[in-house]
Design a protein around this ligand. Structure first.
Ligand code: IMP
Ligand code: MG
Length: 177
């Protein structure tokens, strides 16, 4: 498609997601886990990752909205949809498409700590390391990427491109910020 350049191919994603699933399977050694997807960007990653985890796993989803336009974070995060079930005593794995400034996951993680889970980990497919403003890191990271706006494999620009099988740089809309 015009204005799109493939950054990470579907084959690279599949291999990495499989590695991440194997690590999670080994780390939790037979214990049950709750995968919590952050809507909507994480859905495709969560669907693939879950099938690479050989543990008793359940799903839940939350939705947050960050004020600001599609590309620029305002710094304020609001919970739009909470989990359906209690997380008390559970092994929680927050599943997110991309860790950028860290505001979203920082907010969610501190919110969930109040639920007193047994453990709380973060799995992020992508990590824009140079953009981080919050002291937060993912426990499981797929790929560290440069400061480019990416779409595909769940990631959107104005709700478009989520269904692309590869992670692509959206060049046409680069705002140079
Ligand atoms: P953070 O709160 O700044 O870490 O932003 C994380 C959220 O911003 C992600 O869940 C995405 O929804 C969105 N985001 C950040 N970078 C990109 C990108 O390059 N493409 C698409 N969405 C992005
Ligand atoms: Mg998101």
């Amino acid at each position: 498609m015009d204005g799109l350049r493939v950054l990470i191919t579907r084959q690279q994603i599949a291999a990495k997601v499989s590695e991440m699933g194997a690590r999670i399977t080994a780390d939790f050694a037979g214990e049950p886990v709750v995968l919590i997807g952050v809507l909507k960007g994480s859905t495709i990653f969560l669907a693939d990752l879950a099938r690479q985890i050989q543990l008793d796993a359940s799903f839940d989803f939350i939705a947050v909205s960050s004020y600001g336009n599609a590309k620029q974070h305002s710094g304020e995060v609001r919970l739009v949809k909470d989990v359906d079930h209690s997380l008390e005593g559970k092994n929680v794995i927050l599943v997110e498409d991309i860790l950028d400034t860290g505001l979203t996951l920082g907010y969610i993680k501190s919110l969930f700590q109040a639920h007193q889970p047994k453990s709380i980990k973060i799995a992020a497919l992508l990590d824009k390391v140079s953009r981080r403003t919050e002291p937060i890191e993912a426990d499981y990271v797929g790929f560290a990427i440069p400061d480019e706006f990416v779409v595909g494999y769940g990631l959107d620009f104005a709700e478009r491109y989520r269904n692309l099988p590869d992670v692509c740089i959206l060049e046409a809309c680069s705002d140079g910020a």
